[in-house]
Design a protein around this ligand. Structure first.
Ligand SMILES: Nc1ncnc2c1ncn2[C@@H]1O[C@H](COP(=O)(O)OP(=O)(O)OP(=O)(O)O)[C@@H](O)[C@H]1O
Length: 273
């Protein structure tokens, strides 16, 4: 199976950051078609890792390959072409406020279109049926012609994910897609993302704060803490103790550490850590 990402001793610093590196000595090999969840407490480095994988951040040290090449050794034009293979869905999608949903979703196809087709689509959407189908998979088909700035937070999030469905990317990078969604929509969203990745044999990497959903949906769990990989395991090998240690010190002061049984129940019934 070809490799989508190969990271060796990867270190990433944010420009101007006073504190330690956001990611330190990360080693990861991710094969094409793999589906994995990134978990870890706030500030662990999940967003930084996804941004690095989408070529938005340049690593400070270590080795980084995407689809078998070092993107940062390529020229600007070649790196731009490589970016078309990657799609990062940020937690808050940057959608132009006055745009219609249909136009915002179809923008995912811009890299494939000529300048003239792209301009024409601003005035008359080129393929509204495709946009509607993508939105419908996230229960949002009725918002096709709504203005983006009239959407709720959760609707905006799903609009950003509908964009992902229309992009031709082979690596789908999704940052906390459930932060504004209710439990039923969270299930639908993860199921849709996984089905889409499977159908096109794309690699799916999704950061999640909902540990129970991460374990229920993803076969591989990569846990980050303080910018380092705490563990990288098949979900069957992730224990309640590992989860408790990962989030130790992150829970409200009043809550006591969970006993094993209580943690197992908590993970089983769908609560969030
Ligand atoms: N633009 C930035 N400039 C400087 N430091 C940053 C920047 N963005 C993030 N950081 C720092 O990098 C570290 C990792 O942040 P990151 O956003 O990747 O964590 P995260 O795991 O995604 O957190 P969360 O779950 O809260 O979204 C944190 O210490 C954070 O303060």
């Amino acid at each position: 199976m070809p490799t989508t990402y190969q990271l060796q001793d990867l270190t990433v610093r944010h420009l101007g950051a006073q504190s330690a590196s956001a990611l330190q000595a990360i080693n990861l090999t991710i094969k094409q078609g793999e589906q994995l969840a990134l978990i870890g407490p706030s500030g662990a480095g999940k967003t930084t890792l996804l941004a690095t994988l989408s070529l938005s951040h340049r690593p400070s040290a270590g080795s980084f390959q995407a689809f078998g090449v070092d993107p940062w050794a390529l020229g600007e034009a070649a790196r731009h072409r490589l970016r078309a293979q990657l799609f990062l869905a940020p937690q808050t999608p940057p959608l132009p406020p006055r745009q219609r949903v249909v136009t915002a979703v179809l923008a995912a196809r811009l890299p494939q279109w000529s300048v003239w087709r792209a301009l024409a689509s601003l005035f008359k959407p080129a393929d509204p049926e495709a946009a509607w189908q993508a939105l419908s998979r996230f229960n949002l088909g009725d918002k096709l012609y709504s203005r983006v700035d009239r959407l709720s937070g959760g609707e905006r999030q799903r609009c950003g994910l509908a964009r992902l469905l229309l992009s031709p990317a082979q690596a789908l990078l999704v940052d906390e897609p459930l932060s504004a969604l209710d439990p039923a929509l969270s299930e639908l969203t993860l199921t849709t993302l996984r089905e889409e990745a499977k159908a096109r044999n794309a690699t799916l990497i999704c950061s999640l704060h909902q540990v129970d959903l991460a374990l229920a949906h993803f076969p591989r769990i990569v846990a980050l803490r303080d910018g380092r990989v705490e563990f990288d395991l098949p979900r069957e090998q992730v224990t309640p103790q590992m989860i408790a240690a990962l989030y130790q010190g992150e829970q409200p002061a009043a809550s006591k550490p969970l006993e094993d049984d209580a943690m197992a129940v908590k993970l089983g019934v769908g609560a969030c850590l």
